[in-house]
Design a protein around this ligand. Sequence first.
Ligand code: CO8
Length: 258
Amino acid sequence: MTEHETILVERPADRVALIRLNRPKALNALNLRVMAELTEAATALDRDPSVGAIVITGSDRTFAAGADIKEMKDQSFDEVLAADWFAGWDALARVRTPLVAAVAGYALGGGCELAMMCDILVAADTASFGQPEITLGVLPGMGGSQRLTRAIGKAKAMDLCLTGRRIDAHEAERCGLVSRVVPADTLLDEALEIARTVAGMATPAAILAKEAVNRAFETTLSEGILFERRVFHATFATREQKEGMAAFVEKRPARFHD
Ligand code: CO8
């Protein structure tokens, strides 16, 4: 595996990869180096057929405290526009392998936005989420105003984006931002177990199911339902559909990855 400065990449289980953000002194603040390393690593894992799910996590104290304020603070409008700051994060949204975010501690600003770019968001009971950019004189810049609003609705998104207040893991689960809340000491195990489960499923079906759910954010209901039906039809061209349905009838576990 490539050596990185700001992340650690591991293969903790069969078909599962783990990316840890690793800038402890800066509370995993997301600087341009993190963006480059994380998107490069995730893209490489996405191309690896032996990887069926990727977990992204931080430390016990912090998932990520947002974009790196020290790196940003003296930039001019011309500079951030010319470099199209943060556009590189779009590469993560193009990853087709399911992404599981395992969040403990702070997920603020870009940290919350990074978590929202993942497909399943597991939170420790210590997690807190927020979009505090308004307190810095800016606003979310990596999809927060859009993904948060789609995830939790206008009322809550406005509350978070305009006041900068943080919500805890339980409020985040109640409003639909988080898939599951678990005790902090079991967070990584739970996230890896979810990743193992997803990675054990039929790969084409997992890719298509992720695309179909994401399509709901982009399109009308009738177009989305047509997309879903067509990709459902397409699964009948796969070996995995034959195996999965034969296994059910024969009352045995499906063997998708033998
Ligand atoms: N950027 C740079 N350094 C940071 C950041 C950050 N976002 N957050 C924390 N740090 C640094 C601190 O400066 C401090 O460094 P030092 O020891 O050198 O002074 C160290 O991490 C520890 O931080 P604190 O001493 O502040 O720790 P506390 O436990 O007292 O507080 C908090 C923890 C509450 C998380 C606090 O650090 C904080 O409020 N951080 C900033 C949170 C924030 O405003 N985030 C939003 C940033 S703007 C943003 O994300 C824009 C998104 C646009 C797209 C982003 C794409 C990635």
